[in-house]
Structure formats: structure tokens, C-alpha cells
Design a protein around this ligand. Structure first.
Ligand code: ADP
Ligand code: MG
Length: 258
């Protein structure tokens, strides 16, 4: 029997008077690969930010956001995590958040800081084993030969692969990727999606990817969770998400524009 990695119940979020998430509930089991889809402004990023504890939910008695065995939003109160617990979730942003002036290898090593003794993390002193591990992570994303380059010399697709290598270095069991391919050309997008698929299938890491291009969701994920205006619109096999339902989800916008 597989374990529950994420369990969300009665999650609501209001910014001012604007309800952005309304009574969201779903479960994701360990090892699943799920696409989170929906039109722009439907609340996907806000939901992702709740899953890593960057945003606090509305106070509600039954609100819970269980991630990797911990309720991180107990009734709308953020519960802080230890350094090691934080490493268990890898977060990948659309805008590549790398330290541009540092080398590619150092950017990957940064993923290890939370798992190192605090004094060594403060000094930024990495062991030979940690360096070897970082090189292996770079090999896995096909960038070992760029280890010594500055991160800001890379293309967008390469930067995103470095961010994935950093998550591997964290030994993240759960990867949350918010629009990881939105600013990439189709070829780089495919490379990034291939790697996310591989680390899900080969390592059994749970992967949740926000995508606004439905065709990538169809090709790379089995399950889709769709948000529309902050509400859960669909949760199920992506194959059963028909064109009619997709058109309704995107309010009849031309599907090729999504
Ligand atoms: P998506 O990622 O699906 O495009 P978002 O989660 O970014 O949607 O945004 C959902 C809605 O919440 C939008 O209307 C956005 O303007 C609003 N929103 C997001 N973050 C904030 C914030 N910090 N303050 C106020 N409104 C916000
Ligand atoms: Mg977003």
C-alpha cells in the first residue's frame, strides 16, 4: 500500500476580499506524478506556496495541509519545520532562482546545506563526498561538463536542470515545480520534463508540476488536478479530461493559446 505524501483538506485563502482558494481538498500518494493545471490566476502558485509553508492559509478549524507526514498549516497556523524537514521538499520556480555569480557546482551543493552540521553549513565547507555527490547529480541532469561555469552563463533550460540537481542534492522526496517550463523553448521544455519524469519513475520521488500548457500535462502526467477560480474543478486521470471539459476549464479560450 502506498503512503500519502500530500493531504489537503478545507484549504481556503483570501487576499483582502478576494477568495483565491476555496475549500480545496485532495490527496497525493507517494510516487505519483501529478499535473496541476488551470487558467492563469486560478490559484495554482498560491496552492503550491501553501504546500511549502510560504503562505499561511485562512484560519479554519478543519483546515489541514499534511506534507510528508506533518501538518504544516494546522487550522491556518504555519508550523515551522526543521532544516532537515525542509530538505525533504524540493521547490522549483519558473524563474530559476539560482545564485548567478556562483558556479553551477556550488549552486547544486547549496542543496546540501540543510543536511550538513550547522557549523559546516555556516562556513560553506563541503566535503569531497558532497562534491562527488553534486557531480553525480549534475551528471543525471546532463550538465557535469558545465560544473565550473558561472550559473548566469547558462540557458534557461540548463538553469532549470541545475535547480533539479539541487533538489536531488537535498534528497528531496517530494518535488514541487511551479511552471518549470513556462519560459523555455519547446526543446528545453521537453528536456526538463523528461528529467522530472525520470526522477519520478526511477527514484519514486513524488512530483507535482504546475503547467499551463495542457499538452505537456497530457504527455507527461497520469493525473491532473485542475483549479478554476480558486476551486477544485477536476481531479482524476488526465486521459478522462475531455476537450469539452478543458474548454469549460479555460472558458472557451482557444486551446492552442493555453
Ligand atoms: P496562478 O498561479 O494559477 O496563475 P496565482 O496563485 O498566482 O494563480 O494567483 C491567484 C490569484 O491570487 C490572482 O488573482 C492573484 O492576483 C492573486 N494573488 C496571488 N498572490 C497574491 C498576493 N500576495 N496578494 C494579493 N493577491 C494575490
Ligand atoms: Mg502561477
Amino acid at each position: 500500500m502506498s503512503l500519502t505524501t500530500i493531504a489537503v483538506n478545507q484549504l481556503s485563502k483570501t487576499f483582502g476580499h478576494h477568495p483565491v482558494l476555496q475549500e480545496i481538498g485532495f490527496e497525493i500518494r507517494q510516487g505519483e506524478r501529478v499535473a496541476l493545471i488551470g487558467p492563469s490566476g486560478s490559484g495554482k502558485s498560491t496552492l503550491m506556496r501553501h504546500l511549502v509553508g510560504l503562505t499561511r492559509a485562512n484560519r479554519h478549524r478543519s483546515c489541514c495541509v499534511h506534507v510528508l507526514g506533518r501538518d504544516i498549516q494546522r487550522a491556518g497556523k504555519l508550523v515551522s519545520a526543521s532544516r532537515v524537514e525542509r530538505c525533504r521538499t524540493g521547490y522549483i520556480f519558473q524563474q530559476f532562482n539560482l545564485a548567478g555569480r556562483l558556479s553551477v557546482l556550488t549552486n547544486v551543493l547549496v542543496g546540501r546545506l540543510g543536511r550538513m552540521p550547522r557549523w559546516r553549513a555556516l562556513l560553506g565547507r563541503f566535503s569531497a563526498e558532497e562534491r562527488a555527490m553534486a557531480l553525480r547529480a549534475l551528471q543525471r541532469v546532463g550538465l557535469a561538463e558545465l560544473a565550473d561555469q558561472r550559473a548566469n552563463t547558462l540557458s534557461g533550460g540548463q538553469m532549470q536542470r541545475v535547480a533539479i540537481a539541487r533538489a536531488l542534492m537535498q534528497e528531496a522526496e517530494l518535488i514541487l515545480a511551479d511552471e518549470p517550463i513556462a519560459s523555455l523553448d519547446p526543446r528545453s521544455a521537453r528536456e526538463v520534463m523528461d528529467i522530472l519524469k525520470r526522477i519520478n519513475e526511477e527514484d519514486g520521488r513524488t512530483v507535482v508540476i504546475t503547467l499551463h500548457q495542457v499538452e505537456y500535462a497530457r504527455e507527461y502526467c497520469q493525473r491532473a488536478i485542475a483549479l478554476k477560480q480558486g476551486r477544485l474543478y477536476y481531479d482524476g486521470p488526465i486521459a478522462q479530461l475531455t476537450d469539452v471539459r478543458l474548454r469549460a476549464l479555460y472558458d472557451n479560450a482557444g486551446l492552442d493559446e493555453l
